[in-house]
Design a protein around this ligand. Structure first.
Ligand code: ATP
Ligand code: MG
Length: 507
């Protein structure tokens, strides 16, 4: 590094949203050639701080200095012109367009007044090769590729637009282990090439691996900036929470011993020979009342789709889904009425972001709560109770969901189903985007539900999530159940191996 002068600095930055002080008195800097990680609990202010850096939030207090000069960003375009690009928590790609179009979205180079397609394809190919993804065909629609490539497209877009500072907000939360590794290596390479990266993540192992420095936020304040090499997960968690925390991960550190205590009871859910072309094949499973059954698979293995099928969102081509011995019936409405609850893997699909929390929570229960005439005070009261149980912050039923932090939005998607305990609770990635403390809270809720007799199908591509609570674990690969773990000790490595090993054999 020829210079250690910061590329960007914040001095005394503060931001208030109505009654919430999202950030107070933040000093922060990032240098060229550095990956600077930002960690903190859900709602700590990470995304807000980065939105200020990226021009998304133009009204804030304090000062921003870019390459030694005070700047006042007006909008994201302004930030991009300076060389600051942000890759948001929720991706902004258009899957039906080609990979190349996505990379040049909104700024296609022209030649003689028409879009210069040869140049777009050429430059898109060049940048992907540089990033180590030469095998991606830039003329194909993006939707043909897995999420890792969608993520990559945004990084390529940032680089081709000349970004010097790249902000990544939870870039790996939807990636497979392989894709995550690739992204982490890519991030290091960006720093090596002289770029600056700000990296937000709840995965502290990633953070200590990829970062040069780590800044910890708590309740909108900067608690510390540390050299990554001189800290560890334990210390980061303590700084994030402000106390010694019982580690979410401790429950599976040495592997988890799975014991099936429910095999003798009548299953509440039976899936038989479930098949859907290109999705899953001949899947059978039984879920017992009070059981937490883990269903693990890499992204694309069909496990999320199986969850959709149980909830009536996906119609199987063959096979049966029986609830208490009778077919569930067609469509989510029937499923809900029969006592099936469902949390989708992406909070975007399950929530109406522009609506207040209470409308999101009461949506499945309007007939019971309101009858024909809306009973808003009752809806608000019901909502107040359940969002307090899952610890939504702020616990304000009237607040629009869009104003909540990512992890708190996810809690709303879960809270909805606590209004009337279901018989079967299908939860896909229930802790995606959550901090360690919130993850623990969610696992506690799932355990409480199971103790009350609810059968929980816990579907995830994060080994940690499945290992945190399951009493029995099934592994899916390429649409089939390839392994059952029961009455033994299971480790993260064994899960990965079962999911990936079968993939290798299937080729
Ligand atoms: N547009 C907004 N309007 C009102 N409040 C907001 C808005 N954006 C964020 N907040 C609030 O500001 C606080 C910080 O939110 P922020 O999204 O920065 O958290 P975060 O650290 O990114 O959390 P997560 O890990 O859950 O993504 C939260 O209390 C949130 O509810
Ligand atoms: Mg965030």
């Amino acid at each position: 590094m020829e210079t250690t002068a910061p590329l960007l600095e914040l001095h005394h930055v503060a931001k208030r949203f109505g009654g919430i002080q999202a950030l107070s008195d933040i000093d922060f800097d990032v240098r060229r050639g550095e990956v600077h990680a930002l960690v903190g609990e859900n709602g700590a202010g990470k995304s807000t701080m980065m939105k200020i850096l990226a021009g998304v939030i133009p009204d804030y207090e304090g000062e921003m200095v870019w390459q030694g000069r005070t700047v006042r960003l007006k909008n994201p375009r302004h930030a991009l012109d300076l060389g600051i690009a942000m890759i948001h928590q929720e991706l902004s790609v258009m899957p039906e367009l080609t990979v190349a179009e996505n990379i040049f979205l909104g700024r296609q180079p022209l030649s003689g007044g028409v879009v210069d397609w040869p140049r777009i394809f050429r430059e898109a190919e060049a940048i992907l090769a540089e990033l180590g993804f030469a095998h991606v065909n830039v003329r194909e629609p993006l939707e043909r590729y897995p999420l890792g490539v969608h993520q990559l497209t945004e990084i390529a877009r940032a680089l081709t637009s000349g970004a010097e500072l790249i902000i990544m907000d939870e870039p790996t939360s939807a990636l497979s282990p392989m894709e995550t590794r690739h992204l982490l290596e890519l991030t290091r390479n960006l720093a090596r090439a002289g770029k600056a990266v700000v990296y937000i993540s709840h995965f502290l192992e990633e953070v200590t691996w990829v970062a040069d420095r780590v800044t910890v936020l708590r309740d909108g304040r900067k608690i510390a900036t540390l050299e990554a090499g001189a800290t560890d997960k334990q210390e980061l968690v303590r700084l994030m929470l402000g106390k010694e925390a019982a580690f979410f991960e401790e429950s599976y550190m040495g592997g988890r011993t799975v014991v099936d205590r429910h095999a003798a009871s009548e299953p509440v859910l039976v899936v038989e020979g479930l098949t859907r072309p290109r999705t899953f094949t001949d899947v059978r499973l039984e879920l017992h009342p009070g059981e937490i059954l883990g269903l693990y698979g890499l992204i694309g293995s069909g496990h999320f789709e199986l969850g959709e099928a149980v909830y009536g969102l996906l119609k199987p081509a063959a096979g049966r889904i029986l609830l208490e011995g009778r077919p569930v019936g067609v469509g989510p409405r029937r499923a809900i009425d029969r006592g099936v609850a469902y949390v989708p893997p992406s909070r975007r699909t399950g929530l109406f972001l522009e609506k207040p929390i209470y409308q999101n929570v009461t949506l499945p229960w309007l007939a019971q709560i309101s009858g024909l005439v809306p009973q808003i005070p009752r809806e608000v009261a019901v909502t107040d109770e359940v969002i307090r149980r899952v610890g939504v912050r702020p616990p304000d039923p009237l607040k629009e969901v869009v104003f909540l932090s990512g992890g708190n939005q996810q809690k709303v998607a879960i809270a909805r189903w606590l209004v009337e305990p279901p018989k079967v609770f299908v939860v896909s990635e229930p802790t995606r985007g959550m901090d360690v403390g919130a993850k623990e809270e969610v696992m506690k809720i799932l355990r409480e539900l199971s103790q009350a007799g609810v059968g929980v199908l816990l579907i995830s591509s994060e080994p940690e999530t499945v290992l945190a609570a399951s009493e029995r674990i099934l592994v899916m690969a390429k649409g089939r159940i390839v392994r059952e773990f029961v009455g033994e000790t299971v480790t993260k490595e064994q899960l990965l191996h079962a999911a990936a090993g079968e993939l290798a054999e299937a080729r």
